[in-house]
Design a protein around this ligand. Sequence first.
Ligand SMILES: [Zn+2]
Length: 409
Amino acid sequence: MPAALVAAGLGAALAAGCGARPDVTGLGEAAAAPPRAARNQAAAQPADTTPPGTAPADTAPADTSALAGGGPIDASAPAPSDTSAPASIAPDTPAPTVPAPPTTTAPPPGAYAGADAAAVGANELGEVPILMYHQIVADPKGVYDRRPEDLRAELERLASEGYVPITAADYAKGDFRAVPAGAHPVVLTFDDSTTSQLTLGADGNPAPDTAVAILFGVAAAHPGFRPVATFYVNKDPFAESGKTTLPWLVAHGFEIGNHTLNHTNLHNKSSDEVRMALATLQNVVVTAVPGYTITTMALPQGAKPADMAAAVDGTVGGTTYHFAAVMLAGAEPAKSPFRADYNPASVQRIRSQGPDGPEPEWASTAWLDRLAQHAEVRFTSDGDPNWISFPAAAAGDLAPAYAARAHPY
Ligand SMILES: [Zn+2]
């Protein structure tokens, strides 16, 4: 990948904010996808120039069929909303509906106690890969499925390249305490709560070749590679109502996130429908894990509703939800939550994918290659969670709320 293309891609991604990305314009156009420059240009054009989407891409067919009651995906729906099209599709919502970063703005206690920031290349305004997985199966049915050996290899790669998994909730809260100096956070997310992700055997342990078993295996072989992840679940989680699996996940340090009850594409849904889809799923989780607080959510198929505020906060009956971050379905690294241009209502994820297949340049292998080649754009911890270290030239990128914690070098 030429460096110029990388730089253009990263720069354009920042400039465009939440631009048109392949996951949300549909896999069907993948083969004819315009080059990156054209794509980014298109992102700034009115909605009617946006290429028509086909069936949205978040889920494999098996997933939607498993969600009885959710109905088939409406393939006639316009390209869902992460496309940045400014007018007719839900816009990239501006500040009023965005939750404020929850991290304290108070001055940090004590002096900086981290590593030599320059020596470790600390950049806590850098990019964080949030990887998106679906089914982990021996016989993939589409680009969203990965084989157990694919997942294992990707996790091995992350471990060998100095990544440390944190949950999406940790990321959203700006909590990087688990990431040592010089290491990089990565967020592993698994959508749709399928049995290929977690099935507990008769012995109470994850069955071989499930995602959780693979993660445990890699973590055991790589001290420091934490076996944590975030699971965005729908109703009947892991095909056992979540009765055993959800408490097990929480007890083992995993995060449970909201993916709506019926895997509803929220584009064109009313505010009440959005709230109902989220509140009812929250009730499923809290029934299985009393007292559990869901912190983050992932939009099915990455599709935003017109009323993004309803996707962030809501109350239905006696159920109130609030999300510190709303995850999209693609297709680039996420911004540091400490940046001024970070939008917690539109957090990018990266589809896990090898170097081949549809639009591999937007998927995990290519992005991890780029982050390895351009380490200066990657989030690298300073080892002191109270201070936010970054090269002095990037000072203008820091959100004002974090000014008291700034540690430029
Ligand atoms: Zn999904």
